[in-house]
Design a protein around this ligand. Structure first.
Ligand code: TRP
Length: 335
């Protein structure tokens, strides 16, 4: 599986909330395309998820569900490595070393920390603060060349690069300095009710998002209720974020250009367009959900995918970590 000739790609999603169409169009779709040309590792970052209070039984169930959804969306476990972060202890071990190279000031600047501190004011734990170091560890552990992430992760990725460079210059050349791969803003799907903000899988208001596992009825109802702006033209327009977002969605789901969508609906009403969009999304999700249901039933299969992923990742993680331990001056344990 680990083809050493291909560049290494790494990305991950936090198992919180409901994996949504925004995650598919912004991340998973891209992963599926890139897995052909890259030695890819896709993480379900359950350790990151703990920075927000979780219900243990739900977290357990959600991690497995995310793995099944990765596969249902087209990640092929024969080509890519799918890993649950907590299965590989080296993530946490490397994090410690990296944390001794990270300055408080660097973490204080992180906008996601500031945002999350506001959102979870009653639980501003140290993990929320050091979260970017764990993410850097995820990336550097596997010597990733390419890291596809959303624009909101740019600052975190910058830290991963800085830490790689800092470690390499403090000790000696050890880490690959990863390249970010950030999709253009056009691919960003916005919230259905509040189209000024990004569609988020962790949104408390489920009407803001279309989950990958939403039934056809729910999809149609959510699209019908999506806010559109005053006006009547089905058209991309900066001053009308609601309809623009829906046009964007239609275009990305159908692979039609925005211009084609606009001309197809010129002179038609919002309601016609929304009915069609609901149908198009429901049809798009149907085969994914079918595959998801099959995979979810087959616990042995899921377990074998995860066992293989963990074994591969463990091997690679151990290789990097033992190099790191040697470079910083730790003694190898006697055998
Ligand atoms: N922090 C990322 C997010 O919230 C998830 C993540 C954790 C990640 N580790 C990663 C993404 C490593 C890319 C690479 O989206």
């Amino acid at each position: 599986m680990a083809d050493t000739h291909k560049p290494i790609l790494l990305s991950g999603i936090q198992p919180s909330g409901h994996l949504c169409i925004g995650n598919y169009l912004g991340a998973l779709k891209n992963w599926v395309n890139l897995q052909e040309s890259h030695d890819s590792i896709f993480l379900v970052v359950d350790m990151h998820a703990l920075t927000v209070r979780q219900n243990p039984a739900e977290l357990r169930q959600r991690c497995l569900s995310y793995v099944a959804q990765y596969i249902a969306c087209g990640i092929d476990p024969e080509k890519s490595t799918i890993v649950i972060q907590s299965h590989v202890p080296q993530h946490a071990e490397l994090m410690w070393i990296l944390s001794t190279l990270t300055y408080m000031g660097e973490l204080n600047r992180m906008t996601q920390f500031k945002d999350k501190s506001k959102k979870h004011a009653a639980n501003i734990n140290a993990g929320l603060f050091t979260y970017p170091i764990l993410m850097a560890s995820d990336i550097l552990l596997y010597q990733a060349d390419l890291v596809p992430v959303g624009a909101d992760q740019k600052q975190h990725l910058e830290l991963a690069r800085d830490l790689a460079i800092r470690f390499n210059s403090t000790y000696s050349d050890t880490f690959v300095v990863p390249e970010p791969c950030i999709p253009k803003t056009g691919a960003r799907i916005m919230s259905l009710q509040e189209p000024e903000k990004k569609m988020s899988k962790s949104d408390d208001n489920l009407n803001n998002l279309i989950a990958i596992l939403d039934s056809a009825d729910i999809v149609k109802r959510k699209i019908k209720r999506a806010v559109t702006d005053s006006g009547s033209e089905v058209k991309m327009d900066k001053s009308r974020p609601g309809i623009s977002n829906l046009v964007q969605l239609y275009s990305l789901i159908t692979d039609l250009s925005v211009k084609e969508v606009e001309s197809q609906y010129s002179g038609k009403m919002y309601s016609d367009f929304k009915t069609d969009l609901g149908n198009v999304i429901a049809e798009f999700l149907e085969p994914i959900q079918k595959k998801y249901n099959e995979i979810s039933k087959d616990k042995d299969y899921l377990e074998s995918v995860l066992a293989k992923g963990a074994e591969n990742a463990f091997y690679r993680g151990r290789k990097t970590l033992s190099k790191v331990y040697r470079k910083v001056g730790f003694i190898q344990p006697a055998r």
